[in-house]
Design a protein around this ligand. Sequence first.
Ligand SMILES: [Zn+2]
Length: 68
Amino acid sequence: MSPATVSCPTCGRELEWASAAFRPFCSERCRLVDLGAWLTEQRSIPGESASGAAEPASQEPAAKPPRS
Ligand SMILES: [Zn+2]
């Protein structure tokens, strides 16, 4: 029997699926790194596509000149 191995999505290191405590990641650190990157993507994507539709009120003070 050959053990099923997976590649860590963060660092690409191969690990045994059965014995990986933080699968599909090789370690808790890699899991947190991937989670952080995922959250960053999720935060930036809706900001681009939903600009103007999400918070129309926020554009009013932006269009207004700061100095009087
Ligand atoms: Zn890793």
